[in-house]
Design a protein around this ligand. Structure first.
Ligand code: FES
Ligand code: FES
Length: 159
């Protein structure tokens, strides 16, 4: 099947089976290895990307569902060489341990902040519950997200 897929602002023409998981296309066809395979069953969140502004599990999203849509992966979250504020916060807080789950974590956090720029702790915890971390970095993830929220408030003169 021929389809067009726009990923991180670049449109690709692909000849591929319609039910191929989006994750396979991102990693194997487009050479974007930042999005990870964890459970392969939509349960762990390691493969989270944005499709038309919504977080989706790319391991269980057929590529045809993304055709004509706009996909953003961890590689496209920043602006050129400039990291997204969450990526910088992840560095500043030393969030990753093995790192395997972290691109999915950041993509979920980025969606949260795009829909609610000023979430409280409970809202952050609720938004991140679908992303599992075998290394137990949850407290650092929350601290990193909270730091971005605090930084945005300070920049707007609210803090
Ligand atoms: S690899 Fe997709 S949700 Fe686990
Ligand atoms: S940092 Fe290792 S699984 Fe999350």
């Amino acid at each position: 099947m021929a389809l067009r897929l726009t990923v991180n602002g670049q449109t690709h023409s692909l000849d591929i089976e319609a039910d191929t998981p989006l994750l396979w296309v991102l990693r194997d066809e487009l050479g974007l290895p930042g999005t990870k395979f964890g459970c392969g069953a939509g349960l762990c969140g390691a493969c989270t990307v944005h499709l038309n502004g919504q977080p989706v599990r790319s391991c269980s999203t057929p590529v045809e569902m993304a055709a004509e849509g706009e996909v953003i992966t961890i590689e496209g979250l920043g602006r050129g060489d400039r990291l997204h504020a969450l990526q910088q916060a992840w560095i500043d807080h030393g969030v990753p341990q093995c790192g395997y789950c972290q691109s999915g974590q950041i993509m979920s956090a980025a969606h949260l902040l795009s829909t609610n720029p000023s979430p409280g702790r409970d809202e952050i915890v609720a938004a991140m519950t679908g992303n599992l971390c075998r290394c137990g970095t949850y407290s650092r993830i929350i601290a990193a997200v909270e730091s971005v929220v605090a930084g945005e408030k300070a920049a707007q003169g609210e803090a």
